[in-house]
Design a protein around this ligand. Sequence first.
Ligand code: GLY
Length: 372
Amino acid sequence: MAVIPVALAGRAYEVVIEEGLLARLAEAAAPFQKGYGAGRPVPFVADTNTHRLFASGIDAHLAAHGLAAEWFVVAPGEDAKSWAVLEQLCDWLLALGVTRKDHVFALGGGVVGDLVGFACSVVKRGCGFVQLPTTLLAQVDSSVGGKTAINTRAGKNLIGAFHQPSLVLIDPLVLATLPDREMRAGFAEVLKYGLLGDAAFFAWLEANGNKVLAREPAALEHAIATSIAMKARIVAADERETEDLRALLNLGHTFGHALEAETGFSDRLLHGEAVALGMVLAAKYSARRGEISAADAARAEGAIGAAGLPASLPSLALTCDGAALVDHMRHDKKAEGRTLPFLLLRQLGEAYVARDVDLADIAAFLDGELAG
Ligand code: GLY
């Protein structure tokens, strides 16, 4: 078991990591279920997958504690992060009579967590919520730190709020049913923590990544706890990403976003897969600038490839050129000039924000990578 505090003044909370937490929810989240019972159900939001897998167990468990769950179920996928679903969810919470003191339970991956967190930031000008992340990606990244958002026609995550959860309960057992591809995509974000801030953790992942992917309990808990501990430190120091510190968590994301955009934000390339390849590109570009050695860039590429994640641009069989990928980056960041902030590596285990990157050079670099 690991308990990791997120030390935000006035909004401090804990991330608890332990096998079987979901089966002990009434005890594990007891302070956040006060006020429910006696005809007031506990509001849960899930997608159809997490509802199918876990709702009946939670219903039975809560019933044994004199509580009842009421479920709001969304379709799986990014479409749930919409104005329409947000409106339905807010109406449902208001109809349930949720108050500012109440907590809503988000059972799912990043989509459910982002949607519920944003709804809870506006319902009654802000009520509480508890994150119950069910994907590795949500467990090590999106459930912690309070970034909440929906998508609009203008782009992903452009409407949202910083709204911290009151508790995050991570039960590694829920990953037993996670498809291997999604497990690998979440593992990309675990590798990210090693690459951006902890060389020893990166080396541990090189040696033990296969155990994490195989869901071996001790390795999995160590990987999740180490990742969350770093994220908690960063969020506590730079909650709103104003200090060039929280931005480090975006390692691989600028290149990755361009790849997601080029592949239509589709199943062709999952977010974690795009981040994985984005990190390879960030490492190789850092080597091109002479900041890390070619051998270190090859280590990053090797760890990502060994995890079964995409590690080279030709593997995506894109038909565009480097300039088209740079255009996606420009559009994402609303950039007009010749440069954008890029997350690069000073060494394995030390990322930094580079502000002197020439986009024409990035396009030339990507042309070389696309050619293989
Ligand atoms: N996923 C990046 C962050 O939470 O800042």
